[in-house]
Write a protein that binds this ligand. Structure first.
Ligand code: NDP
Length: 300
């Protein structure tokens, strides 16, 4: 069997155009332009790239982008004062503080400062609680993107066995909660899980969010399963030249795609969905705060 390659790049483009359509309607019918504020503390080069990409894509779909760049030694008090200002600014519908932050700041405490209805990263404890209890949460962008790809690929997932490898608050736990909402039978695996290969082989849906290059091999996969590879790992690529690197996922794509029914590649799978879902969450936040219908197909 050769697995269908799930094209996250193409799907992300359709998500962005749905967002753009909804933004245009919000402007025309209600005079509302959704706004996303991104806060970057310090000069981490990878974060710079992400923040630039987020700003560019926000503007491309017709939303307002507000970038706040703070020095690496910005105090907790100054950062919280900025978040408070953004919480109270009606032009800002989504707030994202780019992680990682310098060591003197706590990511958990920062997230707690963000108004839950503007927490477009879905990390606030209230949003985690709403997701777990079946309420209207802002859902973390990467798992939301995975869910969209799975819905598109599989339609109804009721009764399927889903295994999520990884239990982070950012990916693993919200992913498991979303699959449970779809009425899958969900198991979460992590670094202490015993006989993980056999467990993965029981999965109709296998989501890998681990951060270990090509850990999941083809013989861990049930024939015909749908495999979502969240991992982004940089490994040496001597074939490209000395000192060159390449990106791989947590799944060994070559062996896995001989067994799976469908699989996301890395790059070009889950990665492009994450920013697309950030835009989707911002337009959803703008609708919710104004008591308007949520954009169809862009929420969990
Ligand atoms: P974390 O490091 O927060 O979590 C990793 C999880 O993997 C932990 O729960 C850990 O278990 C588990 N784990 C580690 N080693 C093993 C092992 N040998 N067997 C089974 N489980 C193991 O990572 P994230 O959830 O933040 O990210 C996971 C991956 O996804 C990374 O590669 C990251 O770069 C990528 N990522 C990609 C995004 C995208 O846009 N595509 C967005 C976010 C993340 P334990 O809890 O027991 O330690």
């Amino acid at each position: 069997m050769v697995a269908t390659r799930i094209d996250g790049k193409a799907f992300a483009a359709t998500v962005r155009s749905k967002v753009a359509e909804h933004v245009a309607r919000l402007k025309a019918d209600h005079g509302i332009t959704p706004g996303l504020a991104v806060v970057l503390v310090g000069e981490d080069p990878a974060s710079e790239v992400y923040v630039r990409a987020k700003g560019r894509q926000t503007v491309e779909v017709g939303m307002n982008s507000y970038e706040h760049r703070l020095d690496a030694d910005t105090s907790k008090a100054d950062l919280y004062a900025l978040i408070d200002k953004l919480n109270n600014d009606p032009a800002v519908h989504g707030i994202l503080v780019q992680f990682p932050v310098p060591d003197h700041l706590s990511e958990t405490d920062i997230v707690a400062q963000i108004a839950p209805q503007k927490d477009v990263d879905g990390l606030h404890i209230l949003n985690a609680g709403l997701l777990a209890s079946g309420g209207k949460a802002m859902v973390s962008c990467t798992p939301l993107g995975c869910l969209m790809l799975l819905r598109d690929q599989l339609g109804n997932m009721s009764g399927l066995n889903a295994v999520v490898v990884g239990r982070s608050n950012l990916v693993g736990k919200p992913m498991a909660a979303l699959l449970l909402r779809e009425s899958c039978t969900v198991t979460i695996a992590h670094s202490r899980t015993r006989e993980i290969e056999a467990l993965c082989r029981s999965a109709d849906i296998l989501v890998a969010a681990v951060g270990r290059p090509e850990m999941v091999k083809g013989d861990w996969i049930k024939p015909g399963a749908t495999v979502i590879d969240v991992g982004i790992n940089r490994i040496p690529a001597p074939e490209k030249g000395e000192g060159k690197m390449r990106l791989v996922g947590d799944v060994d794509f070559a062996s896995a795609s001989e067994v799976a029914g469908a699989i996301t590649p890395v790059p070009g799978g889950v990665g492009p969905m994450t920013i697309a879902c950030l835009l989707a969450n911002t337009v959803t936040a703008a609708c919710r705060v104004n008591g308007l219908d949520e954009p169809e197909g862009l929420t969990a």
